[in-house]
Design a protein around this ligand. Structure first.
Ligand code: HEC
Ligand code: HEC
Ligand code: HEC
Ligand code: HEC
Ligand code: HEC
Length: 494
């Protein structure tokens, strides 16, 4: 016991003799209880605030480690009156063979082992929960609130709102994770010094390989058959007429259990390797497409008018993200955003021309969200006062509800602070503005022997009805089946 006492006295004296070590010990000593308490609160889920985790793992934990480091450096640099000669063979031999010394050394080893182990355990626990924290949706989505608001908002309203940011952006492989953490540190600096781009673009090249990401949950060989796709729209007429577009979407599959790949997911079969060349960072303009089939034959389709320099573009193998580039950050266009609110009744369809007026209001440019809230409201009130004074005077509740719904459609898709507006992020599923599928399926990509990547409307979907006020699905299906436009069969042949 006396030996142990002695050891602590010596340790304390050693620390006390070095100013550096004292500083370190004070820092670590003060921080330790706070750090332990915060980590416990965080791990147990008692506090859910992105700034809390940040202070604990990104500020306190490194400070604690710094303190420990200072103690160690201080001890090493300390000028000692007794020369320990720690690393000489004779010294160690002497320590281990002298009987009295031996027990002292053993105690020392146990003590150092215990203290070191405890510290290691602590550091491990804190780093583990720190990594968990920096991977969390709350850190990624809410910490740099303004910067991530567009992506976070769209994510919250998407089918993937239960998937964490890290599952798509980092994954579990340590190499991707470490790379992302490094670039994350760069990004924290970018935010601190206001040096990030508005809007944020071009992240897709940093994502983990997508087949790996998406296929953790989806099996491309398993979704198959045709899917009835119903699109609700409201016309810009006085009645805000509700119409529907019905498409029989040939979702298809990558082939499974001996069945051939067919339909839209024919592209993801390992037997059909589609790659393309582009110089455009947004991947909108595609100058060359190559298709390698199962038998090894290759077809090269060239765009009709490749511009000079395009042949230098990078070649990329097509994957899920070339069509599903917006699986979770789904930004709608103004028309679709209002249609959604009209469909669920957040905007009453009983107000004449509400679709037209609303569309006009949300397509203006506003300096901030507050300005948008005010001016959209003014816009609607003025319009109804001028054109339907009766309604403006007597149906104020309805107007107020419509204003709220229209503003909501705006704020879910437009973010003035990040310069994200209606056309900032384009969705490649389908062929909006002749983009998406039509980047290749435009009828203008031809092979040397005259094959063209199909633009046949029936190749991807059968149009059962287009903007029809009252489509009869059963009748339409029967009619199309009779015309021979039957569903894709399992053997992949129509
Ligand atoms: C289902 C997968 C998935 C999840 C979950 C996900 N992302 Fe993304 N994210 C993507 C894809 C794919 C892109 C690339 C889009 C493109 O290049 O067109 C992207 C792009 C981005 C961008 C670049 C800007 C843009 O919209 O293109 C940011 C920023 C971003 N994500 C942040 C987040 C944050 C924050 C979260 C969590 C709140 C998150 N992501 C969750 C798939 C995902
Ligand atoms: C961690 C699991 C997970 C990952 C990873 C994931 N998804 Fe999903 N995905 C889901 C779930 C669950 C649903 C169904 C959500 C629902 O219907 O509520 C879904 C739905 C979808 C849908 C149908 C959406 C709709 O509107 O019905 C598409 C398309 C899709 N995912 C594509 C992707 C793509 C592309 C990726 C890779 C970038 C991906 N998913 C990554 C779990 C995942
Ligand atoms: C050639 C473009 C393209 C590629 C490549 C592609 N998809 Fe799709 N996918 C579509 C289209 C188009 C739809 C149906 C329309 C829609 O959902 O809006 C669809 C639908 C889906 C659905 C919903 C199926 C259903 O029955 O509701 C899932 C899940 C999905 N895709 C996952 C994936 C995954 C995972 C990959 C990569 C392995 C992938 N897709 C590759 C175009 C593509
Ligand atoms: C990078 C170029 C590229 C893009 C983008 C692309 N495709 Fe294709 N697609 C091809 C090529 C090449 C073929 C094979 C040639 C052909 O069938 O005309 C093909 C074939 C198809 C086929 C016929 C498959 C079969 O059974 O023979 C369908 C269906 C299809 N694509 C749907 C889509 C849809 C839907 C999208 C958009 C969501 C899309 N493609 C986007 C290159 C592309
Ligand atoms: C390469 C495949 C492909 C070809 C070829 C194609 N489409 Fe489409 N089309 C799609 C996909 C995929 C969607 C669904 C988009 C979505 O999920 O939002 C779509 C959606 C539509 C819609 C619904 C529009 C909307 O607002 O969402 C219409 C109408 C349409 N297509 C008409 C046509 C016509 C007409 C042609 C022939 C000139 C054609 N398509 C050729 C893939 C294709």
């Amino acid at each position: 016991m006396a030996d142990l006492d002695n050891f602590f006295k010596k340790l304390a004296k050693g620390v006390a003799q070095s100013r550096l070590a004292v500083t370190g010990a004070v820092i670590s000593g003060v921080i330790l209880p706070v750090l332990l308490l915060f980590t416990l609160l965080d791990v147990s889920g008692a506090v859910r605030n992105p700034y809390f985790g940040f202070i604990n793992y990104v500020v306190l934990a490194p400070l604690f480690l710094l303190g420990l480091l200072l103690v160690s450096i201080g001890m090493l640099l300390r000028k000692d009156d007794e020369d320990i000669g720690l690393f000489t063979y004779e010294y160690i031999k002497e320590q281990l063979t002298l009987p009295g010394r031996f027990t002292r050394i053993r105690k020392l080893i146990f003590l150092v082992g215990g203290l070191g182990g405890g510290t290691l355990f602590l550091v491990g626990l804190i780093s583990y929960s720190g990594i968990q924290y920096t991977n969390s949706v709350s850190f990624c989505g809410q910490f740099c609130h303004t910067v991530m608001e567009p992506q976070y908002t769209a994510f919250r309203n998407s089918p993937h709102s239960q998937v964490s940011c890290a599952q798509c952006h980092l994954g579990t492989e340590s190499s991707w994770s470490a790379g992302a953490k490094l670039s994350g540190i760069k990004q924290i600096f970018a935010v601190a010094f206001n040096a990030y781009s508005r809007p944020i673009t071009g992240l897709s090249s940093n994502l983990r390989p997508t087949r790996e990401t998406c296929e953790e949950c989806h099996r491309p060989d398993k979704f198959h058959g045709d899917k009835l796709y119903v699109k609700d729209q409201f016309l810009s007429d006085k009645e805000n007429t509700h119409v529907q577009t019905l498409l029989l979407m040939k979702v298809g599959s990558g082939g499974y259990q001996g069945r051939k790949a067919q339909g839209i997911h024919w592209h993801v079969s390992p037997n059909n390797r589609v790659s393309y060349r582009t110089t455009d960072p947004k991947k909108e303009k595609i100058s060359e497409v190559r298709l390698r089939r199962e038998d090894g034959s290759e077809t090269v389709y060239l765009s009709e008018s490749p511009k000079a320099g395009e042949e230098n573009g990078e070649m990329r193998v097509m994957d899920c993200m070339d069509c599903h580039n917006r699986p979770t950050h789904v930004f709608l266009n103004a028309d679709e955003a209002l249609d959604q609110k009209l469909l669920v009744g957040e905007i009453p369809t009983t107000l004449p021309h509400i679709k037209k007026v609303g569309l006009n209001a949300i397509q203006q440019e506003y300096a901030s969200l507050d300005a948008a809230r005010r001016e959209i409201s003014d816009h609607l009130r003025n319009w109804y006062e001028k054109n339907y004074p009766q309604i403006a005077a007597t149906r104020q509740d309805e107007l107020r509800q419509a204003t709220a719904g229209i503003f909501q459609a705006y704020r879910e898709n437009v973010f003035p602070a990040m310069r994200v507006t209606w056309s900032t992020y384009r969705n490649f599923i389908g062929h909006r503005d002749n983009s998406g599928c039509f980047r290749c399926h435009d009828g203008l990509h031809k092979s040397a022997n005259g094959q063209v990547i199909t633009k046949d409307c029936d190749a991807c979907h059968i149009i059962l009805a287009e903007a029809d006020p009252a489509p009869d699905v059963n009748k339409l299906l029967q009619e199309n089946l009779r015309k021979g436009k039957n569903l894709v069969k399992d053997d992949g042949k129509p």
